[in-house]
Ligand binder design. Structure first.
Ligand code: HEC
Length: 118
């Protein structure tokens, strides 16, 4: 026979266990920290650098150039990077401005965002 105290102890142990499991499930549902940071930084840059004057993202922006969703289906990460850092217009394209004033970290955030696949 369990005493009243034992029963209470068991119930408390069980609820702590449940809280623990729910907490762990919550953690795995969150994206990795750095990914989230990258994503936020890229979105900020896309706004602050005026990319949306010409490109659209999620249906918002210009139509002069392809949407970021479309670019994602066509270009590799290297190709995306070459469009952004193209000071001498070596890569054929002439309309998109050169973004080599951005830091390496900022360019990487944009590349990761536009083309997350290797
Ligand atoms: C003045 C308009 C304009 C702005 C601003 C602009 N782009 Fe572009 N972008 C273009 C055009 C037009 C192309 C197609 C190639 C060309 O003609 O230069 C292009 C091409 C690209 C490509 C290669 C895909 C393709 O279609 O060849 C990427 C990636 C890209 N832009 C990303 C960006 C990002 C990121 C920004 C902001 C940091 C940006 N662009 C800002 C006009 C623009």
């Amino acid at each position: 026979m369990l005493s009243e105290q034992d029963k209470q102890g068991n119930a408390m142990y069980r609820s702590l266990l449940i809280i623990g499991i729910v907490f762990l499930l919550g953690l795995t549902a969150l994206p990795a920290d750095s990914e989230e940071q990258d994503d936020g930084q890229a979105r900020k840059l896309i706004n602050s650098q005026g990319c949306k004057a010409c490109h659209s993202l999620e249906g918002d922006g210009g139509t002069m150039a392809d949407s970021f969703e479309k670019i994602r289906t066509r270009l590799s990460r290297t190709e995306v990077r070459l469009q952004l850092v193209n000071r001498d217009k070596k890569h054929g394209h002439t309309t998109i401005p050169d973004f080599s004033h951005l830091s390496e970290e900022e360019i990487t955030a944009l590349v990761n965002f536009i083309q997350p696949e290797p």
